[in-house]
Design a protein around this ligand. Structure first.
Ligand code: KIV
Ligand code: NA
Length: 266
């Protein structure tokens, strides 16, 4: 199978071919999504909430994410694998960003990294791309800045639309090969998508982006409780898991598992 490369994503934008990106954090989901033809897998810092049980993405560390990146790159034979740089591992300086990105590429075997921020991250994006690290940017609502932004809120409404456009252009000019836009009004995301040469990947940014991304535990309904408006559930894994666990427990209690077919003869 031929590996998906960043130039394919540029070509798909030119061709008007839209694609989906999903998060993955382990062997089986990475392998299943890869085999299903998902061309880009993101080992998101959303592993904080979706793997490690933290209440936000802020606490997760490079050392916690690296083994997940390695598992995904071992398991995905076609997909381009993007590793998310966690909070605090790149903001301080371009050099800090480079050192972190190199760890994800050498130890994690990632094909690219993602970092959050617009114009203020241009120096980081420039140094990384000059140094052989493809960068996906992430603008609009950026979860690592939850406290600075004052909570989960749509970004780029009204007067701030211009700044969002400037951020999008800045990350493109700095060398990013794509840009995630999170919680951005549909018409603003459409304008930015039209203006940029590089693909936009939307999450809560309407249907006009070049690509869409979802966290897999949201997409497959493993996460319970109220989901953000931008989530579509394509399956109800939570109900399946709950039912199977209860059936297993009941079988064991009743003595109906294991049966003769699961038992070795003497
Ligand atoms: O960490 C993550 O899962 C992300 C996507 C939602 C874009 O950054
Ligand atoms: Na993220």
């Amino acid at each position: 199978v031929k590996r998906v490369r960043t130039h394919h994503l540029q070509q798909w934008k030119a061709d008007g071919h839209r694609w989906g990106m999903l998060t993955a954090y382990d062997q089986y989901m990475a392998g299943a999504f890869d085999a299903a033809g998902i061309p880009v897998l993101l080992v998101g810092d959303s592993a904080a909430n979706n793997v490690y049980g933290y209440e936000s993405s802020l606490p997760v560390t490079v050392d916690e994410l690296l083994p997940l990146v390695r598992a995904v790159t071992r398991s995905a034979h076609r997909a381009l694998v993007v590793a998310d740089l966690p909070f605090g591992s790149y903001q301080r300086s371009p050099e800090q960003a480079y050192d972190t990105a190199v760890r994800f590429m050498k130890e994690g075997r990632a094909h690219a990294v993602k970092l959050e921020g617009g114009a203020e991250m241009a120096p980081q994006i420039e140094l990384l791309t000059k140094g052989g690290v493809p960068v996906m940017a992430h603008i609009g609502f950026t979860p690592q800045s939850e406290h600075a932004l004052g909570g989960y809120r749509v970004q780029g409404r009204g007067e701030t639309a211009d700044r969002l456009m400037q951020d999008a252009i800045a990350v493109q000019e700095a060398g990013a090969f794509g840009v995630v836009m999170e919680m951005v009004p549909g018409p603003i995301a459409a304008d930015i998508t039209q203006k940029l040469r590089i693909p936009t990947i939307g999450i809560g940014a309407g249907p006009e982006c070049d690509a869409q991304v979802l966290v897999w535990q949201d997409m497959l309904g493993l996460r319970t409780g109220r989901a953000p408006r931008f989530v579509k559930r394509y399956a109800d894994l939570h109900t399946i898991v709950d039912g199977a666990a209860k059936e297993f427990a009941a079988d064991v209690a009743a003595g109906t598992f294991p049966g003769p077919e699961h038992t070795f003869d003497s």
